[in-house]
Design a protein around this ligand. Structure first.
Ligand code: EPU
Length: 433
């Protein structure tokens, strides 16, 4: 599938942010921890929730989505083995905790790396082993068992991985005794997952300095929860509002407290915004100016924001720098932007001051962007990953002339009904199946 985009149109109006992809998919897995029904409101209907539905149904859940509400009910676990699903995402590894808690054994597919890096799961597996899981693997599956049940432990993560933190929370809420996770990730989506788990009967406390305390309970019950708005959608739409002189985009449901670092970065490049009760409006009065950005774990500048933000930097006066410290290989999409007229050079040296796991290695994880460069449409944009696809789309909306973006299934994994929502802002975008 592809999008045909005629860029250079002024975008104005309101666009509503849906529920967070990276909370919704995990909450679907959380629902597997109880034999009662869980109801998730503000639920996004996207490719990744469809893939996770397939996974949950395979395990034994009944799942329905309608009008932004998902209902999930897993009275019994029918299969402890998540067979190869028809499509892939990174969610299956999180099913280890619920399956070990409910039936003492689990098998989930090995996913391997993808277009943004190797994406190992060693931190997940180490932590689960410290909780008492025995884990082996072959080329296609991880096999885990905990014949005597999982037991609380004190675990220090080597890096505050989002997925590993979630995996260990899910595995320890029903474990015997107390678990302490040091150096945990504290992203807003994780806090929202904790709110859902607390409603279900879990005991989870937050300490200072990235520590999470969990007292295992015997049983969890069903709950109803409204999923937080998607910060990544909010930033993508904010960048649309800032990308073109004359644009003014109200991002309905964008939450200031989850976007503090992004909003500071917008102000530094000369972008404007107005915080309102029900959202944030983005626009620009004057031209944009160059800046420096380093991605980091929360509360830093999120790695999923660098791609739409980089498009703004191509339109800013001066030389900007981005140092990506979360993934080792997340600038591949800049090749196509250069073909559209951007001037972006990628380097393996750290061009920043944050501690970085990629120092002294050959990973292309820093970028220098010289601007402003007008962009022109090209017909060879190929979506590499979700956020890179969104950057190409924003680039195509800014560019003069026609662009063709191939492989938009990847964009559909994270953005619901995107073309219809962008058309309502005045974008000229057509989906070709
Ligand atoms: N890492 C390890 N070992 C591990 C786990 C992670 O080395 O066991 C490394 C990764 O390779 C990566 C870094 O640590 O370099 C961060 O990975 P993390 O585990 O924090 O990320 P994740 O859970 O795999 C989630 C989001 C990503 C988002 C990151 C960072 C989901 C499904 N994905 O990934 O979102 O970029 O956190 O915030 O929640 C997206 O939505 O398109 C997306 C990629």
């Amino acid at each position: 599938m592809r999008f045909i985009v005629h860029g250079g149109k002024v975008l104005k109006g309101e666009i509503e942010v849906k529920g967070s992809k990276n909370a919704a998919t995990k909450m679907m897995i959380v629902s597997l921890l109880t034999d009662e029904e869980c109801v998730l409101e503000n639920f996004p209907s996207i490719g990744d929730t469809d893939i996770t539905k397939e996974l949950c149904e395979h395990i034994g859940a009944t799942v329905s989505f309608a009008h932004g509400v998902a209902r999930l009910h897993t009275p019994t676990i029918k299969s402890h083995q998540v067979t190869q699903l028809t499509r892939r995402n990174r969610i299956p590894i999180l099913a280890l905790g619920p399956l070990l808690s409910r039936v003492g054994k689990a098998a989930v597919p090995v996913l391997g790396g993808d277009k943004i890096g190797a994406r190992p799961v060693d931190i997940h597996l180490d932590g689960l082993q410290q909780l008492g899981a025995e884990i082996t693997h072959d080329d296609t599956f991880f096999y885990a068992s905990a014949p005597n049940g999982l037991k609380g432990a004190t675990i220090t993560l080597r890096y505050p991985s989002v997925g590993a933190t979630e995996n260990l929370i899910l595995a320890s809420v029903l474990a015997k005794g107390r678990t302490v996770i040091h150096n945990a990730a504290v992203e807003p989506e994780i806090m929202d997952i904790i709110l859902l788990l607390q409603k279900m009967g879990a005991i989870i406390g937050l300490g200072s300095d990235r520590t999470i305390y969990i007292e295992g309970v015997e049983k969890l019950h069903g709950a109803r929860h409204r999923i937080l708005p998607d910060r990544n959608e909010a930033v993508s739409f904010a960048c649309l509002g800032l990308a073109f002189p004359g644009n003014e985009v109200k991002v309905k449901n964008a939450v200031q407290k989850d976007l503090i670092t992004f909003l500071n970065a917008v102000r530094k490049i000369g972008g404007e915004y107005r915080i309102e009760d029900d959202g944030i409006t983005f626009y620009r009065k004057n031209g944009l100016v160059a800046s420096e950005v380093e991605t980091d774990t929360h509360p830093g500048f999120m790695t999923d924001w660098q791609q739409p933000f980089l498009i703004l930097l191509t339109q800013a006066v001066g030389t900007s720098v981005i140092h990506e410290t979360v993934y080792e290989d997340r600038f591949g999409y800049t090749e196509e932007l250069n073909a559209m007229g951007a001037n972006i050079a990628v380097f393996s040296k750290c061009l920043g001051e944050l501690p970085c796991r990629y120092t002294g290695q050959a990973h292309p994880h820093s970028a220098i962007i010289a601007g402003p460069t007008p962009l022109r449409g090209i017909d060879t944009l190929k979506v590499r990953d979700l956020r890179a696809g969104m950057a190409h789309l924003i680039g195509a909306l800014v560019a003069e002339g026609e662009s063709v973006i191939e492989g938009i299934e990847e964009i559909d994994r994270g953005y619901e009904d995107l073309d219809a929502r962008l058309k309502a802002l005045g974008a000229d975008i057509t989906r070709i199946d």
